[in-house]
Design a protein around this ligand. Structure first.
Ligand SMILES: Cc1cc2nc3c(=O)[nH]c(=O)nc-3n(C[C@H](O)[C@H](O)[C@H](O)COP(=O)(O)OP(=O)(O)OC[C@H]3O[C@@H](n4cnc5c(N)ncnc54)[C@H](O)[C@@H]3O)c2cc1C
Length: 384
């Protein structure tokens, strides 16, 4: 939003970033998308390249080795990558806004100097662990504990569904330091790979987002020096909610990218595919699908940039980011579904791109708070 009204144009930086990603994506992501999807191998080389391009520390100030961009540019980064591959987009989003974002927002100066330069260049990949097997939406009721022992904290428990749990060199972990179901009962810690008592567990075999690695993280009497604690004791859950406000914009941006990718593929296909001696685009039934897809994408984009704008201006962004995440993720599922329909039988075949968008899109209505949880957040905000 500009001083004299709304600004709907991309900035020069956003145009430059989008061009750079399009060029890189066409040359290096599109050709290998199905390879990574089928093997579920984590595309470390691509993430390192994106690090060199400044896209793994988008929001990190230059003094810590990042690109020093704001949330508008960040939305452009995640959505443009998401057009090529939802899984790579998810990894970029989780790395930037969860692990790196948590240290950037709440870490001490020493923690920022130590970790941000490595994360911003993708020399190290970051993970962020809140979810557990029995506590997803109800994350505040977690079982992983951290108990104080002199100069150390001792962590025990298992985190579930953690992006980059295996390939990450660093994880920010939220553990319970107070009694269950009490206020301010969790604290955040930074854990380096190789710390005794810390290892990854099972790697999940997923429906979509298969290039993005998802594993358990296991803590068995894992001793962390007090210097690894982020902020104050008892602030971990509050910090996590702050991180998720930004995280939800990430998933909204990712949803936008997946929806645009599916829509662009369907629009092209509708002009190429001929039935009854004409392109199927000529049928009003197909045109109306494309119209609804395009309109919902535009609405998602506006909501997502609105949320980014609120965060950039340090305005209360909880409601806006929940609305953007809810609407954009449901739109991605809707658009990918319609894209498969427009492709007909070919939409169901792995030689064509839309079945992957369809599988990838579904994560967006679940990860970083399900659609139902976004509605709870929005409902609470209506009464304020
Ligand atoms: C690929 C992937 C990557 C992920 N990456 C990470 C990560 O890096 N770090 C991390 O910490 N987590 C991560 N997650 C976890 C993710 O955030 C959770 O899966 C999500 O929050 C939902 O939790 P859950 O799966 O336990 O579902 P549940 O909480 O068990 O929900 C099940 C159903 O019940 C509904 N429900 C639950 N509570 C309510 C309620 N109060 N009112 C109405 N409906 C409700 C939900 O909406 C859902 O439909 C990831 C998950 C996936 C699949």
């Amino acid at each position: 939003m500009e001083k004299n009204g709304f600004n709907f144009q991309l900035s020069e930086n956003q145009v430059m970033i989008a061009d750079m990603i399009r060029r890189y994506g066409e040359a290096y992501i599109r050709p290998v998308v199905m390879k990574y999807d089928e093997s579920q191998e984590f595309p470390m080389d691509i993430l390192r390249d994106l690090g060199e391009m400044g896209l793994m520390g988008v929001l990190v100030p230059e003094e810590y080795g990042g690109s020093g961009f704001g949330y508008h540019e960040y939305v452009t980064v995640v959505s443009e990558i998401g057009k090529f591959c939802g899984g790579i987009g998810l990894s970029v989003a989780a790395h930037n806004s969860l692990c790196t974002g948590h240290i950037l927002k709440f870490g001490s100066e020493a923690q920022k100097r130590k970790y941000l330069p490595k994360l911003a260049t993708a020399e190290w990949i970051g993970a962020w662990g809140l979810t557990e097997a029995n506590t997803g939406s109800d994350a505040g009721n977690m079982s992983t504990t951290a108990v104080s022992d002199g100069e150390y904290w001792v962590l025990n428990g298992t985190k579930n569904f953690i992006t980059h749990g295996k390939s990450g060199q660093l994880a920010v972990i939220i553990a319970r330091t107070g009694n269950p179901r009490t206020k301010n009962n969790a604290t955040a810690f930074i854990v380096e790979k190789g710390t005794k008592g810390f290892r990854h567990g099972k790697k999940e075999n997923k429906l979509g987002m298969r290039a993005s690695e998802t594993t358990e993280l296991i803590f068995e009497d894992c001793r962390l020096h007090k210097s690894q604690m982020i902020g104050e004791v008892g602030q971990g859950f509050k910090q996590a909610l702050g991180v998720l406000d930004g995280g939800r914009v990430s998933i909204a941006a990712l949803s936008l990218g997946i929806a645009k990718g599916a829509y662009e593929a369907a629009l092209n296909y509708a002009q190429e595919r001929r039935q009854f001696d004409q392109p199927i685009f000529n049928f009003q039934a197909i045109q109306f699908k494309l119209v609804d897809m395009a309109t919902r994408i535009e609405a998602s984009e506006l909501l997502t940039y609105q949320a980014a704008d609120y965060i950039s201006k340090k305005l209360a962004a909880g409601q806006k980011s929940a609305m953007a995440k809810l609407y954009a993720s449901e739109t991605a599922v809707y658009v990918a579904n319609e894209a498969v329909q427009i492709y007909g039988g070919y939409g169901y075949i792995k030689d064509f791109p839309v079945e992957k968008y369809y599988r990838d899109a579904k994560l967006c209505t679940i990860g970083e708070g399900t659609s139902e949880i976004q509605k709870l957040v929005i409902a609470r905000s209506l009464l304020k």
